[in-house]
Design a protein around this ligand. Structure first.
Ligand code: 13P
Ligand code: SF4
Length: 322
């Protein structure tokens, strides 16, 4: 038995000393599952039932038989879980954990952009709000975007949103022209090409791994480009001793765990800051994870009309992905 939270009116909430044990106990009590993205703090990754990329997390949300999904990630990820599970409670430790990329695509402006391209099929990256999903024909993630675009008939014009960097990468991989919404991620746009080249020169034995949300100037130095799960798997099968990792450094926790003898170096941001860490993802803490399970708040809610409209393109994505 762990020390319990004793909420007295007006008193600051106290928490048990052993938060890991307390979260485990609440998981049993609530029949909850904890899904976490690789960009979460190591403590959260260590207590999660499943850690994955956006596609893996969406698939877990479909297959879980838990009553409560505790989503340790950002808002659009938890919202996707709710779209797929209207009858389950979906909790997000911090409701302010948004996404700069999702925010770069407001629904009213996007509806006008779409109306200006009436014959285009709308493929949207999962990093967008439910309102944008509801305006889309197919959703994709960084792990299936190329695969999905390759399945679209060659004469069908495509509008791709919201990430211009992923869009350009998909165009380059598929040879397809697409109209791109000009959104981007503040974290992945912040890697410095100059510092990356210097780091490569200092570590000639290293391979450079990059997420396709990075700018083309960074991607052109990459030995391997993929989703977070794809990058992790690559480090497990490559025989190189060192990797320079151009994505949010939270994933290095899993890379180091599965290959303790290898060296992982976070690609440097432009400034002298920790701005290669996602400020939204890092809003979630183990304390907030405990609090949300204890109080049942914050909970993700959605109106049914938007949910149903957003569900259709997600289901198309799941049907089109290996
Ligand atoms: P993944 O689907 O590759 O994990 O990407 C999620 C994300 O937010 C990258 O910034
Ligand atoms: Fe959004 Fe970028 Fe953070 Fe991913 S890393 S959640 S795209 S802000």
């Amino acid at each position: 038995m762990f020390t319990t939270l004793l909420d007295r009116p007006g008193a600051a909430p106290s928490r048990p000393l052993d938060l890991f044990a307390a979260v485990q106990a609440l998981k049993q009590e609530l029949n909850a599952v904890i899904l976490a993205h690789y960009y979460q703090d190591p403590d959260i990754q260590d207590i999660a039932d499943y850690i994955g990329d956006s596609l893996g997390l969406a698939r877990q949300a479909v297959s879980t038989d838990a009553d409560v999904i505790v989503f340790a990630g950002v808002h659009f990820m938890a919202e996707t879980a709710k779209i797929l599970n209207p009858d389950k409670r979906v909790l997000l430790p911090d409701l302010n954990a948004g996404c700069s990329l999702a925010d770069s695509c407001p629904p009213e402006a996007f509806a006008q952009f779409k109306a200006a391209h009436p014959d285009h099929l709308v493929i949207s990256y999962i990093n967008c709000s439910a309102a944008i999903k509801a305006l889309s024909d197919i959703i994709c993630t960084s792990s299936n975007a190329v695969e999905i675009v390759r399945q679209i008939p060659a004469d069908q014009p495509i509008l791709f949103a919201p990430d211009q960097n992923l869009g350009r990468y998909v165009m380059q991989q598929t040879g397809r022209e697409m109209v791109l919404w000009q959104g981007s991620c503040i974290v992945h746009e912040n890697f410095s090409e100059r510092k990356l080249v210097e780091l490569k020169a200092q570590h000639p034995e290293a391979e450079v791994l990059a997420h396709p949300e990075c700018e083309a100037a960074v991607l052109r130095h990459a030995d391997y480009i993929g989703s977070t799960t794809a990058l992790l798997k690559y480090t497990q099968r490559s025989d190189r001793p060192t990797f320079i990792v151009a994505t949010e450094p939270g994933i290095i926790h899993q890379m180091q765990r599965s290959a303790p003898d290898k060296q992982f170096i976070a690609a440097p941001p432009t400034g002298n800051c920790a701005c290669n860490e996602c400020p939204h993802m890092r809003l979630n803490t183990l304390e907030k994870l405990y609090d949300c399970m204890k109080t049942g708040q914050p909970e993700i809610t959605l109106d049914e009309e938007t949910r149903l409209a957003a569900l259709r393109p997600i289901q198309r994505m799941l049907a089109m992905s290996r």
